[in-house]
Ligand binder design. Structure first.
Ligand SMILES: Nc1ncnc2c1ncn2[C@@H]1O[C@H](COP(=O)(O)OP(=O)(O)O)[C@@H](O)[C@H]1O
Ligand SMILES: [Mg+2]
Length: 278
């Protein structure tokens, strides 16, 4: 999808992102899975969860040979019915799930056995579907918490978050729990940006917000992608999300059902009938 209106992404200044940092305080590897590191093809996406199978604890596989990927500075969107495994796929990519088969690679490096903390140090940030802010802390304290891995000056990044979401600057001394749903989601996204990630993963960032607030959030997400940050996002508002997606994934029962550009999926009669309400 190189001829769409968002094709100017993935270049210019990467003011919110930076090169991946070295792990602060060392990386911790999980011991549970014996895993032979895989090497990605030279032209593979910046982040890929490649043919992942796995489930929770000792439970059955929820994901079946599931592949999710995003290119540098692009927006990839995962849609699908409730319980399809969208959140599970995000957790697998972020290291919160036992990936029994398959691999996760970031910039060609196999990170399948890294903890979530180690992935943050490598440039990944994740905003989970629920409990993604500290409600009793102020907006600014939430942003400071987001920068826990950093040892450098975080004030500039805080200012950049306030430029992206001006309302957060206005409310920076208010407890985050007093904010509206849409504003809380801005806090969650802003907190994730505080680590200056290369990849921003969002699980239903527009859950429970009005259509106007949703449009507004999507505009900000496009803005973030334009700085070169890759966005991997789960969305219930499938139609609107695919509109801004470079790549779309339709998941059903833990497996890939359709994968294509956002535009192609929007125009696919089968996808429309089954997943976009006609
Ligand atoms: N923490 C968990 N432990 C065990 N099973 C879970 C857990 N979270 C989700 N599941 C199961 O995994 C499946 C996929 O759930 P989920 O990834 O949350 O779907 P989606 O995000 O697409 O709605 C469901 O059958 C759900 O019951
Ligand atoms: Mg979910």
């Amino acid at each position: 999808m190189s001829n769409d209106s968002y094709s100017g992404r993935g270049n210019k200044d990467a003011s919110l992102g930076k090169n991946p940092t070295k792990a602060v305080g060392g990386t911790i590897e999980t011991q549970k899975t014996k895993h032979a590191p895989t090497k990605g093809a030279p032209d593979e996406p910046y982040l890929i969860g490649d043919a992942m199978s796995g489930g929770y604890g000792q439970g059955p596989d929820i994901l079946h040979d599931c592949t999710i990927a995003v290119n540098k500075g692009e927006i990839a969107v995962i849609v699908g019915p409730n319980g399809a495994g969208k959140s599970t796929a995000m957790k697998a990519v972020f290291g919160m799930l036992n990936v029994r088969q398959g691999a996760v690679r970031l910039n060609g490096e196999d990170i399948t056995s890294l903890t979530p903390q180690a992935r943050v140090a490598k440039g990944m940030a994740f905003v989970p579907q629920t409990s993604n802010i500290f409600t009793s802390m102020t907006v600014e304290e939430n942003l400071e918490m987001g920068a826990f891995l950093r040892r450098d000056d975080i004030q500039k990044t805080i200012q950049q978050v306030y430029e992206l979401f001006p309302i957060l600057g206005d409310k920076r001394l208010q407890p985050a729990g007093e904010l509206s749903g849409g504003q809380r989601q801005q806090v969650a996204v802003g907190r994730a940006l505080m680590t200056q990630p290369q990849v921003l993963m969002l699980d239903e960032p527009t859950a429970g917000v009005s259509p106007i607030v949703m449009d507004e959030l999507f505009d900000r997400i496009i803005e973030v992608a334009r700085t070169g940050i890759s966005i991997l996002m789960v969305e219930q508002n499938a139609r609107q999300a695919l509109e801004i997606a470079d790549k779309g994934y339709v998941l059903v029962q833990g497996a890939n059902r359709f994968t294509d550009t956002g535009q192609a999926l929007l125009h696919d009669p089968e996808v429309r009938k089954s997943f976009l309400g006609g």
